[in-house]
Design a protein around this ligand. Structure first.
Ligand SMILES: Nc1ncnc2c1ncn2[C@@H]1O[C@H](COP(=O)(O)OP(=O)(O)OP(=O)(O)O)[C@@H](O)[C@H]1O
Length: 310
């Protein structure tokens, strides 16, 4: 056995964080294994940023345990080993993009070449542009470059692709995949289900400061393996009582959006036939009929509800 067993990159247990009377994080547990990517998903105000900021050492926990690379998150020796991309940029308004990255690079023992990193992130053309004149997506990419230039073992990315166009998002996704391939551990927050599905080894869904589900994207979406969805479009307001009676017990049918119908349960060929025959009896053509398993977004909405958060 190794004399220095490797600790997980991040270990959080029973984390509690309050802001006055607001309980932002309420007994949250998560583990980020080394060399893997973990995505924290949750509605607005769920406590994702607060959790990440405690792990980064920027906020003090009110309760629970947090270890980062086996250390207290506020330990000074962690600074050169972690990279942080905060939500919403954080650069000095007048500093030029390349100056800012070079400045951060000087703090690292063995930094990446800033010019190369600017090029990888598609920022070479704006290297001389002051931070305040960069677009939101360019500021985000510069912030990511600053998080990575010191060759960290662990990076925290808070909504790394927020405000980016699809091309820039793709560059960031490729970069995160490359980091993982290099053995870097990544803890990211996102609202994008496709981002979590594409990048993360594990997804932790948080709501109201607590974990409501955790697993690989495949585990989360196949939690109820027999559960599938049949969707079709038809004229709005169809009376679904007869269809409901004709379907096997346990199947649910509803008009999920205006004219968009959803049948949930174990979808087999007989069910598809029942739905199309019923449509024929109603004299309607079922358009865009598809059968699919539950997506990560369906799991997320089932767990966290469909109403908007303030
Ligand atoms: N500095 C603060 N002072 C007071 N309350 C705060 C502060 N920061 C966050 N909160 C509150 O704590 C709760 C959790 O916020 P947090 O930013 O951690 O959530 P989040 O999941 O990151 O949300 P979002 O997806 O909108 O970024 C919210 O109710 C928020 O209003």
């Amino acid at each position: 056995m190794s004399p220095h067993p490797q600790h997980p990159a991040v270990e959080v247990s029973g984390l509690v964080k309050r802001y006055g009377s607001v309980v932002a994080v309420n007994g949250l547990d998560l583990t980020l294994e080394r060399g893997t990517v973990l995505a924290l998903l949750g509605p607005n105000g769920a406590g994702k940023t607060t959790t990440v900021e405690v792990c980064e050492g920027f906020r003090r926990a009110d309760g629970g345990q947090v270890r980062v690379l086996g250390l207290d998150p506020r330990a000074p020796e962690l600074r050169p080993r972690i990279g942080v991309m905060p939500q919403g940029g954080g650069g000095y308004p007048g500093v030029r993009a390349d100056e800012m990255l070079r400045l951060v690079a000087t703090c690292a023992a063995d930094p990446l070449d800033p010019a190369w990193l600017l090029d990888v992130l598609g920022l070479s053309g704006v290297g001389r542009t002051p931070y305040k004149r960069l677009s939101g997506g360019q500021q985000q990419r510069l912030s990511l470059a600053c998080a990575l230039v010191g060759r960290p073992e662990l990076v925290f990315l808070d909504e790394p692709t927020a405000g980016m166009d699809p091309q820039a998002r793709r560059v960031v996704w490729d970069l995160v995949a490359a980091l993982r391939a290099d053995g870097v551990s990544v803890l990211l927050t996102t609202h994008l289900m496709d981002e979590a599905e594409a990048l993360a080894d594990r997804v932790v869904i948080v709501d109201a400061g607590r974990v409501v589900a955790a697993g690989t994207p495949a585990e989360l979406t196949s939690h109820r393996t027999e559960e599938q969805q049949l969707r079709f479009r038809a004229r709005p307001g169809l009376d679904l009582t007869l269809l409901s009676d004709a379907l096997p017990e346990g199947m649910r049918v509803r008009e999920a959006t205006r004219g968009g119908y959803l049948v949930q349960g174990r979808i087999d060929p007989q069910v598809v036939s029942t739905v199309t025959s019923w449509c024929a009896q109603q004299g309607v053509l079922a358009e865009e009929l598809t059968v699919a398993k539950r997506s990560l977004e369906d799991v997320f909405l089932d767990l966290t509800g469909r109403e908007l958060r303030s």
